[in-house]
Design a protein around this ligand. Structure first.
Ligand code: PMP
Length: 432
C-alpha cells in the first residue's frame, strides 16, 4: 500500500506538484520539499523564503503579543488588537472560576509536576479531572495527556503497530500524520471526507479490518468543515476497524452536553476512542482520550506519550476541571459562540470572500497566493485585527489561507470592527 494513496497533500510534506505550483510564487515554502541539499542549506532556504515574502515586515512567525487584555483582545505593536486567531472558543481562559481554581492550586501545589505520573505519583487532581471527563462522556476510562498533540501520538501509536494499518483523512492535523507514521503501521490516506475512497483503501489493503485503525477529525482544523462522520464511521465499522475521532475543535462547541460532533450526530456507540484538547474551548493546555471499551483500559499503559513525559501542572488541571464543568452546564456559552460564528460568516460572505466551509468556531478564507495573503494579513493587523496566515505544508491542497476563529467572548462591536477591516483591506488590495 502506498502511504500517499489518494492524498492531496499531507501536512509536513509537500508533493512535487504542489512544490511546483509554489515555485511560481516569488517566495515559497517549497524549500522544505527540496530533499537533496544539506540540512543547513535547506533550513537557510526556508528562512530566506520567509524573509523575501514578508520583506522584513511583520510576519506571523515573529509577531509579539505585548499584553493580553481578555480572551479576544491583546496589545500588539502598541495597538489594541481584536484576536480572531486564538481558538479561545468559549473565552474560558479568562473566566473567573477557571482563574481562581488555577490560582488556588498554584499556591497550594506549586508550579510544576516535575515528572510523569508514573514517576512522580498520581495526584488526586489528575484523577478527578479524568473522572470529570469520563462522567461528561458517560465512559468508563479517560486519560489526561500533556497536550492534544501528545494525546494523538499516544493513542494512535499505542493502538497500531507494524503489521497493522492506519487510515487517515488527507486533511488531518499534523499530529495525526505523525502518530500514524510513528506507529510503524502501513499508512493509508483517503481523500478528504470521502467514504468511497476509504472503502477503496479497505479493498486494496491486505491487512484485515480488525487490525486497522481509522482516524477522523470532527472539525477539520484548516477549513473548519465538519467530518462526514456518519458515512465514514459506517465504512470503518463495516470492516471491523477501530475508530478514533479527534474532537479538538468540536468539544465544547457541538452536542447538547458539549461533548462534540460525535454526540451531535448520535454516533457515540460507534466510535471507539475520542481524543480532545484543553487548548481550545477549555482555555488551558493538555489533551485527553476517552473510551468505553473495556479492552482499551490498557491504553494508558500502552501510550508512550503518557508514560514518558511530565504531567500537567496542577494549576492547569484545576482550571481544566472547572472549564469542563462550565462546558457541561452552561449552554449559554455555546449559544453565544454560535451567534457570533454565524454573524461573522454572514458578514464575510456578504463581502464576497471565498470562505472554505459553513459557519463554525474556526474557518478559513482562500487567498490568491502568498503575497496577497500576506498583504491582507498585514492590512488587517494594522487595523487592529489578528487572524492566522496559513501556508503549505500547514494547509491542504497547497492553499494559502487566512484562518479565523470566533469566540463566545467576541462582542457585536468586535465583529463589526473586524468586518469593516476586511472590507477596507479588500478594497485597498484590489486597487493596489
Ligand atoms: N488535533 C487537531 C485537529 C488540532 O487542530 C490540534 C491543534 N491545533 C491538535 C490536535 C493539537 O492540540 P494541542 O494544541 O492541544 O497540542
Amino acid at each position: 500500500m502506498r502511504a500517499d494513496a489518494g492524498v492531496e497533500v499531507a501536512p509536513g510534506h509537500i508533493s512535487a506538484a504542489i512544490a511546483k505550483k509554489l515555485e511560481a510564487e516569488p517566495a515559497s515554502s517549497a524549500a522544505i520539499a527540496t530533499p537533496s541539499i544539506g540540512i543547513l542549506r535547506r533550513a537557510k532556504q526556508f528562512s530566506d523564503s520567509i524573509e523575501r515574502v514578508t520583506s522584513g515586515e511583520a510576519n506571523p512567525l515573529t509577531i509579539v503579543i505585548e499584553e493580553s487584555l481578555s480572551p479576544v483582545e491583546a496589545v500588539i505593536a502598541g495597538r489594541r488588537t481584536i484576536m480572531f486567531g486564538t481558538n479561545s472558543y468559549l473565552g474560558l481562559n479568562f473566566h473567573p472560576n477557571c482563574i481562581n481554581a488555577a490560582a488556588a492550586a498554584l499556591k497550594k501545589y506549586g508550579t510544576g509536576s516535575t515528572a510523569s505520573r508514573v514517576a512522580a505519583g498520581n495526584h488526586k487532581l489528575h484523577v478527578e479531572l479524568e473522572q470529570t471527563i469520563a462522567e461528561l462522556y458517560n465512559c468508563s476510562e479517560a486519560v489526561v495527556f500533556s497536550t492534544g498533540f501528545m494525546a494523538n501520538l499516544g493513542v494512535i501509536a499505542a493502538l497500531a503497530r507494524e503489521g497493522d494499518a492506519v487510515f487517515i483523512d488527507a486533511h488531518s492535523h499534523a499530529s495525526v500524520f505523525d502518530a500514524a507514521r510513528l506507529s510503524g503501521a502501513a499508512v493509508g490516506i483517503f481523500k478528504h471526507n470521502n467514504s468511497l475512497d476509504l472503502e477503496r483503501l479497505f479493498k486494496e489493503s491486505r491487512i484485515p479490518g480488525s487490525r486497522t485503525v481509522v482516524v477522523l477529525e470532527s472539525v477539520y482544523s484548516v477549513w473548519g468543515d465538519i467530518g462526514d462522520l456518519r458515512s465514514i464511521v459506517g465504512v470503518a465499522k463495516k470492516h471491523g476497524a477501530i475508530v478514533v475521532v479527534d474532537e479538538a475543535h468540536g468539544m465544547g462547541i457541538y452536542g447538547k452536553l458539549g461533548r462534540g460532533v460525535v454526540e451531535h450526530l448520535g454516533l457515540e456507540n460507534e466510535v471507539d476512542v475520542i481524543v480532545g484538547t484543553f487548548s481550545k474551548s477549555v482555555g488551558v493546555i493538555g489533551g485527553f482520550s476517552v473510551t468505553n471499551r473495556p479492552e482499551l483500559r490498557s491504553l494508558r499503559f500502552m501510550a508512550r506519550a503518557y508514560l514518558y513525559t511530565a504531567s500537567l501542572p496542577l494549576s492547569i488541571v484545576a482550571s481544566a476541571s472547572e472549564a469542563m464543568r462550565l462546558i457541561s452546564t452552561d449552554e449559554g456559552l455555546r449559544e453565544r459562540l454560535w451567534q457570533n460564528a454565524e454573524k461573522f460568516y454572514a458578514g464575510l460572505k456578504a463581502l464576497d470572500f471565498d470562505v472554505c466551509a459553513a459557519p463554525g468556531p474556526v474557518g478559513s478564507i482562500r487567498m490568491r497566493g502568498l503575497r496577497v495573503c500576506h498583504e491582507f494579513w498585514k492590512g488587517l493587523l494594522e487595523r487592529g485585527i489578528y487572524v492566522n496566515m496559513l501556508v503549505p505544508p500547514a494547509t491542504p491542497n497547497g492553499e494559502v489561507v487566512l484562518r479565523f476563529s470566533v469566540s463566545a467572548a467576541h462582542t457585536p462591536e468586535h465583529i463589526e470592527t473586524a468586518l469593516n477591516a476586511f472590507r477596507e483591506v479588500s478594497q485597498a488590495t484590489k486597487t493596489a
